[in-house]
Design a protein around this ligand. Structure first.
Ligand code: HEC
Ligand code: HEC
Ligand code: HEC
Ligand code: HEC
Ligand code: HEC
Length: 216
């Protein structure tokens, strides 16, 4: 009888086993890589050049976000210049080593190299002012910054994350007076979902769901 299978086929089970081991290794490496904080970015908390604490300045001292992020409801987000810090730190903790870089930056005019935590890809259009002026608090996207010693990314900032809220803004909106109070509750939590839906309706809040809304 003619040989149906060449002799090398005896090695087939071994080859298959090796192949399987290879596939499992690649899959594990891939999952580990993509699931680490730096890629999903949730949990990303880079070490900053100055140990600035939101917990101390906002949570304890009670500073408003807009004291430092002053253009958040008009032009967009920016990290403050050392001038803003020196409003207080030319009198408080004037010799603190932790503030050496701030003093140096203030004198030389060179900005402090803060590390960006939240970053949108350039093909996504994002604007802070429309959100904070339409009932969306910082806490929805940044978590409780007011209690953080070190800013940590809390939300994935993925397309699905944005769309979850754009499809159902009623579950997320707050009264205007509560936008900068990160410990406040949503309208749905305090007055119920019907009141929140009415708020969304009366304010004509209608976030874009079409591709061109965010990819312009
Ligand atoms: C006294 C000034 C000051 C106040 C007040 C302040 N911040 Fe900040 N904020 C900073 C500085 C400085 C940084 C950059 C260093 C860092 O990330 O810790 C920053 C960074 C951030 C970041 C991260 C930016 C990035 O790179 O992604 C967020 C988000 C943020 N602040 C939100 C808030 C919110 C919300 C409030 C109000 C609850 C607030 N901040 C109040 C000074 C301030
Ligand atoms: C409204 C006043 C005010 C502003 C503005 C301010 N701080 Fe402070 N900061 C304080 C006070 C008050 C303390 C607490 C001092 C203490 O613990 O006794 C402090 C403490 C600190 C400390 C700890 C210093 C140490 O040696 O313990 C750092 C670091 C710091 N601030 C950084 C900053 C930076 C960076 C900015 C600007 C983005 C800034 N601060 C803006 C009032 C301010
Ligand atoms: C709807 C979601 C959302 C809300 C609400 C929101 N942010 Fe952001 N924030 C983002 C995103 C996304 C980025 C990254 C933007 C980018 O890379 O262009 C960001 C970046 C920042 C930065 C860094 C800007 C920079 O130049 O490094 C600061 C500071 C900040 N936000 C502060 C705030 C404050 C303060 C509030 C509330 C008053 C707030 N954000 C509300 C989504 C949000
Ligand atoms: C917690 C709720 C919430 C989240 C999260 C959210 N948005 Fe929005 N978004 C809104 C609301 C509310 C509006 C205002 C709609 C209106 O005024 O009709 C809006 C409006 C917008 C607009 C329209 C702006 C304009 O000028 O027309 C864009 C673009 C947008 N969002 C992008 C994003 C992106 C990108 C993300 C994710 C990083 C995001 N949003 C996350 C609630 C949210
Ligand atoms: C509410 C805002 C929003 C809308 C609406 C939206 N996107 Fe996105 N999209 C995003 C954000 C934010 C990202 C970046 C995600 C990230 O960095 O993880 C993104 C990423 C993408 C990517 C890159 C995917 C990747 O994994 O790198 C593609 C492709 C895309 N969007 C296509 C679309 C299409 C097609 C539509 C319409 C059906 C759409 N988007 C609607 C916010 C939006």
């Amino acid at each position: 009888m003619a040989k149906l299978f060449p002799k090398s086929f005896n090695k087939l089970p071994l080859q298959l086993a090796l192949y399987l081991v290879f596939v499992v290794c690649v899959a594990t490496a891939g999952i580990t890589y993509y699931m680490t904080p730096k890629y999903t970015r949730v949990g990303y908390a880079p070490i900053q050049p100055v140990p600035y604490s939101h917990a101390k300045h906002v949570g304890e001292l009670g500073l408003d976000c807009r004291y430092c992020h002053s253009t958040i409801d008009t032009a967009g987000a920016a990290v403050p210049t050392s001038q803003t810090c020196m409003n207080c730190h030319n009198q408080i903790k004037t010799t603190s080593p932790a503030l050496a870089l701030i003093r140096e930056s203030y004198q030389t005019g060179k900005s402090v190299p803060w590390v960006h935590v939240h970053v949108m890809p350039s093909y996504v259009y994002f604007d802070h002012s429309i959100h904070v002026n339409r009932g969306v608090s910082c806490v929805e996207c940044h978590g409780n910054i007011n209690h953080m010693e070190v800013v940590t990314q809390k939300k994935p900032m993925s397309m699905g994350f944005c769309l979850d809220c754009h499809r159902d803004p009623a579950s997320h909106v707050r009264e205007k007076a509560d936008i900068y109070n990160l410990d406040s509750k949503t309208i749905a939590q305090t007055q119920g979902i019907e009141a929140a839906r009415k708020f969304v309706h009366d304010w004509k809040i209608n976030p874009p769901q079409s591709c061109s809304g965010c990819h312009r």
